[in-house]
Design a protein around this ligand. Structure first.
Ligand SMILES: [Zn+2]
Ligand SMILES: [Zn+2]
Length: 259
């Protein structure tokens, strides 16, 4: 039993393909998936996926790369988060790699998400790229620790992982950890204890080895888990059971569905 803790099945890549995606998941023992929101305009599609399928869950939030002009109101996030299939707030965070110039709007948006998560009592899904110092500082200032969450698609250093874990956060690895040149990330993945680790695909992006370059899908979270097992010198079953337990411990509103 494996869970894809982060995917974007509402993206056009999957239009008309959800049936196939679900069959492939079942064939690989991937029993649940969290459909992560990147904009409020597209959110109805995300929540519809979670409503239509018992083993799909949803988050609500606006990605740091999404249009700077789109103001995000915390009250709106909290209201949408009342939906019983919403299990987290995000993805949110900071991305200084794709956004340059004045990024104050990103920090404000991030703060609004953390406040909404605290008000809703839901964990956070955090995206950080080329911005780890500010990300950790804002998490600290806004008390992200009280709700916890996950640092998704982790590509940062051990020091950043340690700081996030100290604030009650899990570390989620994607297909990047399977890439042959990801030497440093593999070292980090080896040192994050299984009790703090999640696995994800970030579909449709970042297909793992041996599917690099293809449209990623939740079934392929298995390749990520296999790599984590190899790095930890343990079995796929041990990684699957630990990461599944972690997923349901963190996203408390998500219910296990017997597939
Ligand atoms: Zn992301
Ligand atoms: Zn994402």
């Amino acid at each position: 039993m494996l869970v894809d803790s982060h995917c974007h099945l509402d993206f056009p890549d999957f239009d008309g393909r959800i049936g196939q995606v679900r069959e492939a998941m079942a064939a690989q023992g991937v029993t649940h998936a969290l459909c992560v929101s990147v904009s409020l305009a597209e959110w109805p599609k995300v929540i519809q996926l979670a409503e239509a399928h018992e083993n799909f869950f949803a988050s609500v939030g606006v990605h740091p790369d999404h249009d700077s002009g789109d103001a995000v109101s915390g009250a709106d996030l909290v209201e949408r988060a009342r939906h019983p299939k919403v299990v987290a707030i995000g993805e949110t965070g900071l991305d200084y790699y794709r956004q340059t110039g004045d990024t104050e709007w990103q920090r404000e948006r991030f703060r609004a998400h953390i406040r909404a998560a605290r008000e809703a009592g839901l964990p956070l899904i955090i995206h950080t790229r080329a911005a780890s110092a500010d990300t950790l500082a804002i998490m600290r200032e806004e008390g992200a620790e009280t709700v916890g969450g996950v640092m998704h698609c982790f590509t940062e250093t051990q020091a950043v992982a340690d700081a996030a874990m100290a604030m009650n956060f899990y570390i989620s690895f994607s297909g990047i950890v399977t890439f042959r040149n990801a030497t440093e990330l593999k070292q980090v993945a080896r040192r994050v204890p299984l009790e703090r680790l999640l696995v994800e695909t970030d579909s449709p992006y970042l297909a793992p080895v041996p599917f690099r370059g293809k449209t990623n899908q939740p079934a392929w979270v298995r390749q990520v888990a296999e790599e984590i097992a190899r790095l930890h010198g343990t079995s796929l079953e041990a990684v699957a059971s630990a990461t599944t337990r972690n997923f349901f411990d963190l996203f408390r509103r998500a219910k296990i569905v017997n597939a």
